[in-house]
Design a protein around this ligand. Structure first.
Ligand SMILES: Nc1nc2c(ncn2[C@@H]2O[C@H](COP(=O)(O)OP(=O)(O)O)[C@@H](O)[C@H]2O)c(=O)[nH]1
Ligand SMILES: [Mg+2]
Length: 332
C-alpha cells in the first residue's frame, strides 16, 4: 500500500474510534470484502477492542431471535449501554425476510448513535462467514460499543464457528419445537450459556423446559454452573430484564478465575491458526497456485496421476523459497 493510502486508513480508523457512523460503515465494508486495506483497518482497531461483551443469540429460524435482540438492545440502551448488532442469517441471502426485517429495524434507529446494526452479506464473504463476522465484530467494538449482539441461525458449521467467537451464548428455543430440541442438541446445545424459551405466551413452554432439563441431567454437570433457563415473550418484552440479568450473572461468572481470559485465549488460538492458513493460501495464490491450479491438481490427484503427499511439501517449499528470496531482495 502507498503511504497516502496508509494515512487515509489511519484517519478512517480514528474516525471509527471517535464514533463516526459513516466511517464505521465504510470500515466494515472494507473488512467484510477483505479489501487490501482490511488488515490495516483491523490492526488499527485492535487496540480499541477487548472490553466489550460479545453475546451470541442463536436458534432456529422463526424462534424470535431478531425480536429478542431488538428488545435486548432497547433494554441496554435504556441503561445507557452502547450496543452493536451483527445479524447473520445465511438462510436468507439478499432478499430474505430476516435481513429485510433487520434493515427496517435499523431505519427506526437512525438518530441513536449509541446503537449500530449491521446485517452481514452472507454470500461471497471471502475466507468464510465466520471470518467476516469476527472481523466486523472487531470493528464495531472499536467504535466504542459496550455490548455486541450477534444473531445467527443455529445450524451448520459456519454458525457454530460464529458462536465460538462470543463470550456468552444464548440459545433461543420455543414451544412446539418438539423433536427440534433434540435435533439441535448435537451442535449448539452444548455451548449454551443461557437457554431462552421464547414465545412463552404459547402453549408448550413447560414441555420445552422439561426437555431441556432432561437433556441437562443426561449430559451431567461439567461446569461449576447450571445453565439457566429464561422464559421470554419477545414481542411484548416480557422476561427481557430476566435475560439481561442472566447475562450479567454469566458475565460475573466469567470474570471469576480467569474464565473470560481462557475463553478468549481459546478463541484467538483458533483464529490465529485460521489466519495463518488464509495468509499461506493467499501467498501461494500470488506465487503460481491459483484456484484453477488447485482444481487441476485435484483433478490429477483424483485421477491417480499426481501424488498429493509429494505435491503439498513442494508447494509449501515454493512459497517459503519465494519469501526467503523476497527477504534477501532477490527473486527466487
Ligand atoms: N407469539 C409470539 N410471537 C413471537 C414472539 N417472539 C417473536 N415472535 C414472532 O415470531 C416471528 C419470528 O420472529 P423473528 O424475531 O423474526 O425470529 P428469528 O427468525 O428467530 O429472527 C415474528 O412474526 C415475531 O413477531 C413471542 O414471544 N411470542
Ligand atoms: Mg432473525
Amino acid at each position: 500500500m502507498t503511504p497516502v493510502a496508509d494515512s487515509a486508513v489511519r484517519e478512517l480508523v480514528e474516525r471509527v474510534c471517535s464514533g463516526d457512523v459513516r466511517a464505521l460503515a465504510r470500515a466494515i465494508s472494507l473488512v467484510e470484502n477483505d479489501a487490501p486495506e482490511a488488515a490495516e483497518v483491523l490492526s488499527g482497531c485492535f487496540p480499541h477492542t477487548g472490553d466489550a461483551l460479545r453475546i451470541g443469540v442463536t436458534g432456529s429460524p422463526g424462534a424470535g431471535k431478531s425480536t429478542l435482540v431488538d428488545k435486548l438492545a432497547r433494554g441496554y440502551r435504556a441503561a445507557a449501554t452502547k450496543v452493536g448488532i451483527v445479524a447473520v442469517d445465511p438462510s436468507s441471502p439478499f432478499t430474505g425476510g430476516a435481513i429485510l426485517g433487520d434493515r427496517i429495524r435499523m431505519q427506526e434507529r437512525i438518530g441513536d448513535d449509541g446503537l449500530y446494526v449491521r446485517s452481514m452479506a452472507t454470500r461471497g464473504s471471502l475466507g468464510g462467514l465466520a471470518r467476516a463476522t469476527a472481523d466486523v465484530t472487531q470493528v464495531i467494538e472499536a467504535s466504542g460499543k459496550d455490548v455486541v449482539l450477534i444473531e445467527t441461525v443455529g445450524v451448520g458449521q459456519d454458525e457454530i464457528d460464529i458462536v465460538r467467537l462470543v463470550d456468552v451464548t444464548v440459545v433461543v428455543l420455543m414451544p412446539g419445537m418438539g423433536d427440534d430440541v433434540q435435533s439441535i442438541k448435537a451442535g449448539i446445545m452444548e455451548i449454551a450459556d443461557i437457554f431462552v424459551i421464547n414465545k412463552s405466551d404459547r402453549e408448550g413452554a413447560d414441555r420445552v423446559e422439561k426437555e431441556v432439563l432432561a437433556m441437562q441431567s443426561l449430559a451431567g454437570k461439567h461446569d461449576s454452573r447450571v445453565t439457566p433457563i429464561v422464559r421470554t415473550i419477545a414481542t411484548t418484552g416480557e422476561g427481557i430484564e430476566d435475560l439481561r440479568s442472566a447475562v450479567e450473572q454469566m458475565k460475573a461468572w466469567l470474570a471469576e478465575e480467569g474464565r473470560l481470559e481462557t475463553r478468549r485465549k481459546a478463541y484467538w488460538r483458533e483464529r490465529i491458526e485460521e489466519m495463518v492458513r488464509q495468509a499461506l493460501l493467499r501467498e501461494a495464490g500470488a506465487h503460481g497456485l491459483s484456484a484453477e491450479d488447485l482444481s487441476e491438481h485435484a483433478e490429477r490427484i483424483a485421477d491417480g496421476q499426481e501424488d498429493p503427499y509429494r505435491l503439498v511439501p513442494r508447494l509449501v517449499a515454493q512459497v517459503f523459497r519465494h519469501e526467503a528470496g523476497a527477504a534477501r531482495g532477490t527473486k527466487p
